[in-house]
Write a protein that binds this ligand. Structure first.
Ligand SMILES: [Zn+2]
Length: 308
């Protein structure tokens, strides 16, 4: 669990100033290979006294319901003389009351079982919480990067190097990006926290998705290749417009720059496939030479691409 989460100093239900808190518990189910593991999550969120009393404790609801059941059962038993029937009826009525109250009960905050995200019933609070904890999500250059990427992928611009790209761009790509930006230590979050995307820059590919802490990874855009050495944590950035030659080996990549310098990625065996790198370099060279940024709708290879 990300323990560095910060909370706006107000009740997450009614947004009134408050110092009181409640503990929220939950879990996240993750599938690693063929096994699935359960991670317990908990955190303390601000909820004011008044709202706390409004949110009933489900355990107390059941206690009240069974008490009601026993009472009704007892009364029926006394009036009809058939105690067993009365007790059964009482139990059924009690269970129905409890179910109705439980259905009406809504948590002020909870954990998404799939992603582990902390979610709030109040959308306004959620927005403020996201702004404080994930400021990059609202950053205009990051938003533009996602938008440009999605448009390019959906338009089929990347189909020759990645057959699945068009479908991915047309489906829930925004959701994937959002989740990546919330995941602590994800490669995308690390990248966009460190490197500002340019106008017209788009994601060509990255590996691996998800947590990049302690792992090597690369991110390839139509402008640059950035790799992170998993052992040292160092970032190496190559401007693709300045690449003269490159050589993709079994477990290494060396890039000859127009300046004569050679950049080697032999310490990080994860690197893009040759076809993708060649494509990105050709894009970068036209990106650099044109005054206009290459928005996918302006790319010469896709005249039919939709306007963004
Ligand atoms: Zn409140």
């Amino acid at each position: 669990m990300d323990t560095s989460l910060r909370f706006p100093g107000k009740c997450c239900v009614c947004l009134a100033d408050c110092d009181e808190t409640i503990e929220v518990r939950g879990h996240k189910r993750e599938t690693v290979g063929t096994s699935s593991q359960l991670t317990s999550l908990k955190c303390v969120v601000p909820v004011c006294q008044l709202c706390r009393s409004r949110f009933l404790n489900p355990r107390r609801v059941w206690k009240i319901a069974w008490l009601a059941a026993a009472l009704i059962g007892g009364l029926l038993a006394l009036s009809s003389g058939a105690f067993f029937v009365g007790a059964c009826l009482g139990a059924i009525i009690g269970a129905a009351i409890a179910a109705a109250i439980s259905a009406a009960y809504k948590e002020p905050a909870w954990f998404d079982k799939r992603t582990g995200d902390l979610l709030f019933a109040n959308a306004g609070y959620q927005k403020e919480f996201d702004q404080i904890n994930f400021p990059l999500l609202g950053d205009p250059s990051v938003e533009r990067f996602f938008q440009t990427t999605r448009n390019a992928w959906a338009s089929g611009l990347l189909s020759e190097i990645n057959p699945g790209a068009q479908k991915a761009g047309q489906s829930a790509m925004d959701e994937v990006f959002r989740r990546q930006m919330k995941a602590e230590g994800s490669s995308l979050r690390m990248l966009l926290g460190k490197f500002r995307p340019l106008d017209g820059e788009l994601l060509v590919g990255l590996l691996p998705w998800g947590t990049g802490v302690g792992n090597p990874w690369f991110i390839l855009t139509n402008v640059r290749l950035i790799q992170r050495n998993g052992r040292t944590g160092e970032f190496v950035e190559v401007a693709l417009a300045d690449v003269a030659t490159f050589n993709v080996g079994e477990s290494a990549l060396s890039i000859g720059m127009t300046s004569g310098e050679t950049v080697s990625f032999d310490q990080t065996p994860i690197h893009p496939i040759e076809k993708a790198l060649a494509w990105a370099i050709s894009q970068a060279k036209s990106f650099g030479s044109s005054q206009q940024p290459i928005a996918p709708s302006m790319a010469p290879s896709t005249p039919s691409a939709p306007e963004s």
